[in-house]
Design a protein around this ligand. Structure first.
Ligand SMILES: CCCC(=O)SCCNC(=O)CCNC(=O)[C@H](O)C(C)(C)COP(=O)(O)OP(=O)(O)OC[C@H]1O[C@@H](n2cnc3c(N)ncnc32)[C@H](O)[C@@H]1OP(=O)(O)O
Length: 300
């Protein structure tokens, strides 16, 4: 199993290069990331956005724009629509969010005419490398599904499991998070966790081992799990943390980046192609890691 992002980048290089359609590309971190991806042989990029602003951003970070195709579009929603359109035109394999609100690019991806929907739930998968934890781990869904129901949670897990498989983890351990580790009928997250564990036991969710409900400490710390008397293969060893709703996931994501200084990546899966989707505040390294995951998923 791959344990660090530099290994992911190496692995993705074997699967590349792919072409990325960048929506609203006028951002120095985005340009640095695609430029590094190009230099590494991971991916080429088509930059869609305000050409003047893209030129300014490129000048600020020393990126040579002559290596890339630029499509001039000042309106952000329209730039997203055009970037997504490059997929159906078969000119790109991956979409990437640039300097634009997450909801705007996701609406462009979901639009019927974009042709990217598959009938399945699309969901966000964030990957973290943090000091003190012995593996890369996934948090889902921190950015797309606001308050998923049980069926949506099932598909959110399946999407994350596909990403874990692409990263070389053949049977990821999934912890369904709640505030407590005992089922409490007043806490929907615990009831859903119990149901998801049952679906996994019956073979309705495959390719992973699901445990829960778990509070976060039991999912990631063997000592904490032992202390609470929890004996489960997932306890203390989670590869995937499934949160009950977007606020919990988003706060966990941002606390990893800003408090724990984690190295990270983010991607939306479930559509016909992967959507590289990080926070605008994430670094160029996070964006490059995300491109690498996108390249792995574009081959699935
Ligand atoms: C973590 C780093 C980055 C961040 O911090 S992100 C910040 C937080 N994230 C956000 O603000 C985005 C949260 N999500 C949203 O705003 C919305 O759910 C989202 C994704 C924009 C969709 O909103 P709307 O366009 O209003 O969607 P809607 O509910 O009216 O549905 C339109 C059609 O799309 C479908 N749809 C919506 N979400 C889907 C999903 N996850 N998977 C598959 N299909 C989905 C929905 O069923 C509907 O289909 P139809 O047109 O009825 O056939």
């Amino acid at each position: 199993m791959i344990k660090a992002f530099d290994e992911i980048v190496k692995y993705a290089k074997e699967k590349g290069p792919k072409t990325i359609a960048v929506a609203v590309a006028q951002d120095a971190d985005v340009l640095n990331a695609v430029n590094n991806a190009k230099n590494l042989g991971l991916a080429d990029a088509i930059l869609v956005g305000d050409k003047e602003e893209i030129e300014k951003a490129a000048a600020s970070c020393g990126v040579d724009l002559s290596k890339f195709t630029v499509i001039d579009e000042r309106d952000k929603a329209e730039a997203c629509r055009k970037a997504v359109g490059l997929i159906s035109e078969k000119k790109a394999d991956i979409v990437m969010k640039g300097l634009v609100d997450t909801a705007i690019i996701l609406k462009a991806v979901l639009a019927e005419e974009a042709g990217l929907r598959t009938g399945n739930v699309l969901s966000h998968v964030a990957i973290f490398e943090v000091n003190g934890y012995d593996r890369l781990f996934i948090v889902t869904d921190a950015a797309m599904n606001i308050a998923p129901n049980l069926e949506q949670k099932k598909q959110i897990i399946e999407n994350a499991v596909k990403v874990a498989h692409a990263m070389g983890n053949v049977e990821p351990k999934v912890a369904v998070l709640a505030a407590v580790e005992k089922v409490n009928p007043k806490m929907q997250a615990t009831l859903d966790a119990e149901a998801l564990v049952e679906m996994n036991k019956k073979g309705e969710i495959k390719g992973c081992v699901i445990g829960g409900p778990f509070a976060l400490d039991n999912a990631v710390s063997v000592e904490a799990a032992k202390h609470k008397g929890i004996d489960h293969p997932v306890a203390g060893h989670a590869d995937i943390l499934m949160v009950p709703q977007i606020e919990a996931g988003n706060m966990l994501y941002k606390s990893m980046v800003f408090f724990a200084r984690a190295n990270n990546a983010g991607i939306v899966v479930g559509a016909k192609v992967p959507i590289v989707l990080t926070s605008r505040a994430d670094s160029d390294i996070a964006k490059l890691n995300s491109i690498a995951i996108g390249v792995l998923m574009a081959n699935n």
